[in-house]
Design a protein around this ligand. Structure first.
Ligand code: FPP
Length: 243
């Protein structure tokens, strides 16, 4: 428990294949995936993980068939409302990050309501990345920086110096520590335009388990694997021992 990752992020993959294996529609897999979400959240909260983030819907996912997109949005809306008791029972703070301008206003309102109702919770912070992509995040940070520079110029001031700290604060993940561990299910081994800046020193864990089958035992296995890793952040092994 002393080497618990503070922030675990998961690319939940394989819902479609899981459904196909059972001769069912893709949405059946997404629905089953919500059970994995609940179990992993509760487990992470119970063992004391500070942040659990989930890549639920990417910018690219908007290009999926309309029926799947609509079904996924309905599933999200249902989960946001139905899981509130789970959040309160486990002292979970709920947050959603992404380009929410593309969501239905009713879903945006449900999200804002759940964020407000759980804002005082002090246990795990659960972050759902919705309509998110790493490139979108970098571009919106650059746009914000441009606006800061314009404002400074308008007031006759120097442009703010662009440090890694300032940049991190311009990202949609401002205030959230970078992930220590990224898990991707279903055997795929790529980052798929997810947290491009934030994963500079993240440890990656890939498993063949499809997301609807990924349960707390699988999460525990990933954490145990993380605990065997030697993270050096560019330093030598000796320097790390001295630290
Ligand atoms: C990837 O599997 C999964 C998604 C695009 C959606 C994930 C969404 C959920 C698990 C729904 C609930 C989420 C929350 C946060 C309540 P895929 O469709 O790409 O699977 P495939 O690669 O097998 O086709």
């Amino acid at each position: 428990m002393d080497k618990l990752p503070a922030h675990i992020t998961i690319i939940m993959d394989g819902n479609g294949r899981w459904a196909k294996q059972r001769g069912m529609e893709r949405l059946f897999g997404h629905r089953a995936g919500t059970d994995s979400v609940r179990e992993c959240c509760e487990y992470a909260a119970q063992i004391g993980v500070r942040y659990l983030s989930l890549f639920a819907f990417s910018e690219e996912n908007w290009n999926r068939p309309e029926s799947e997109v609509n079904g996924l949005m309905q599933l999200m809306a249902k989960a946001v409302v139905n899981e509130k008791p789970t959040f309160q029972k486990n002292n979970i703070r709920f947050r959603v990050i992404g380009d929410l301008t593309r969501l239905e206003p009713s879903l945006r309102e449900e999200i804002a309501q759940a964020e407000l109702e759980t804002a005082q919770n002090t246990g795990l912070t659960l972050i759902v990345f919705l309509s998110y992509s790493g490139k979108w995040d970098l571009l919106q940070a650059a746009t914000r920086y441009g606006a800061m520079c314009m404002q400074a110029a308008g007031q006759g001031q120097e442009q703010p110096s662009l440090t890694p700290e300032l940049w991190a604060n311009l990202l949609a993940t401002a205030g959230i520590p970078d992930p220590d561990l990224m898990i991707r299910t279903s055997g795929e081994q790529r980052i798929s335009n997810f947290l491009l800046w934030q994963c500079a020193y993240t440890e990656f864990y890939f498993t063949d388990v499809l997301w609807p089958d990924f349960r707390k035992g699988d999460l525990a296995k990933a954490i145990l694997d993380f605990q065997t890793r030697k993270r050096r952040f560019g330093l030598t092994g000796e320097q790390i021992i001295e630290k």
